[in-house]
Design a protein around this ligand. Sequence first.
Ligand SMILES: Nc1nc2c(ncn2[C@@H]2O[C@H](COP(=O)(O)OP(=O)(O)OP(=O)(O)O)[C@@H](O)[C@H]2O)c(=O)[nH]1
Ligand SMILES: [Mg+2]
Length: 302
Amino acid sequence: MLSKLKNILTSIVDAVSTKTLSRSELEEILNDYLYKFVEIDVAYDVAEDIIETLIRELEGVKVKRGVNVKQYVYDILKKKITSLLLSVERVSFENEILSRVRKQKPVIMMIMGINGVGKTTTIAKVAYRYTRKLKLRVVISASDTFRAGAQEQLEKHARNINVPIVKHRYGSDPAAVAYDTVMYAKTRGFHIVIIDTAGRMHTDIDLMDELRKISRVIKPHYKILIVDALTGNDAIEQAKAFEKAVGVDGLIVTKVDADVKGGVIISLAYEVKKPILYVGTGQKYEDLEVFTSNWFINKLFT
Ligand SMILES: Nc1nc2c(ncn2[C@@H]2O[C@H](COP(=O)(O)OP(=O)(O)OP(=O)(O)O)[C@@H](O)[C@H]2O)c(=O)[nH]1
Ligand SMILES: [Mg+2]
C-alpha cells in the first residue's frame, strides 16, 4: 500500500539531509522529484507545492547538533502532508449520522460512481459497519436495475451481512426502487437507506440525468461518490464531473490496499476538497476504515 510514495519520500529525505543547502542546490535536487511525484498520481500543482515548501523550510538551514537531520526533513514532509489532508477529513461523520437518525429517520445515502469502482462492495461494507458498530437498522435499495447480475450480487452481500434489500425488475426506474425503499424504511422504522446505483461514465449525459432524477425524487442527505485509487488522476476528473452534474457530499476511496502509487488521496484533497469519509482497504466486509490525516500519515511514515 502506497509503497512508491513512501519510497519517494525516503529518497527525498536522503537527498537533502547531507549538508546545509542553498536555494539553487535544493532546486537542483528537488526538481527531479516533481515528475516522480506526478508519476505516482500526485497532481502537478500539489507536487510543486510540496517541493516549494521543502525548499522554503530547508534553505540555508543549519540543523543544530544533536538534532537528527533526517527526522527534521521527515517532520517537514509530515506536517505538509497533514496540512493538505486536514481540510478533507471528517472524523465526526458517524456522530453526525447518529444525531441525524435521532431527529429524523431514515437518513438516506445515495452511492454513485463509474463502472467497477467498488460501489456495491462498499455499500455492503458500510451496511455491515453501521449495523454492527453503530447498531443501526439499514436497508439497501437495488437501484442498479441495469447491469446483468447486479441484483443477485447485492442480494448475496445482503444475505451475508443480514440486511434487507428492496428491488424491482431489471430495467425498471431506479428512482422508483429508491422511493419504495424509503417507504419501506419509514413504515418499518429503519434508520438508514443506502441506494446502490449503476456504474456510469461521468461523461454520459443521459445516465448523469438519471442520477439527478433519483436525487430530485429522493433528496438524499448524502450523495457519496466512490472513486477507485487505481484510476489515479482520473478520479479527480470523475469527482469534478459528478460534483457538477449531481453534487457530491463526500468521497470514499476504494482499493487503497492495491494502490502501490499512493498519490491520489493527496491530489483529491488538494483538487476536489470534498470530505473523504472512508477508505476501502480490501475485499472483506471489515476492510473499510474511517479516513483521517493520521491514518494516512501512519501508513506513510511507519
Ligand atoms: N482490493 C480491493 N478490492 C475492492 C475494494 N472495493 C471493491 N473491490 C473489488 O472491486 C470489484 C468491483 O466491485 P463492485 O462492488 O462490484 O463495483 P461496482 O462499482 O459496484 O461495479 P458496477 O456496479 O459494475 O459499476 C470487486 O471485485 C470488489 O471485490 C477494495 O477496497 N479493495
Ligand atoms: Mg455495483
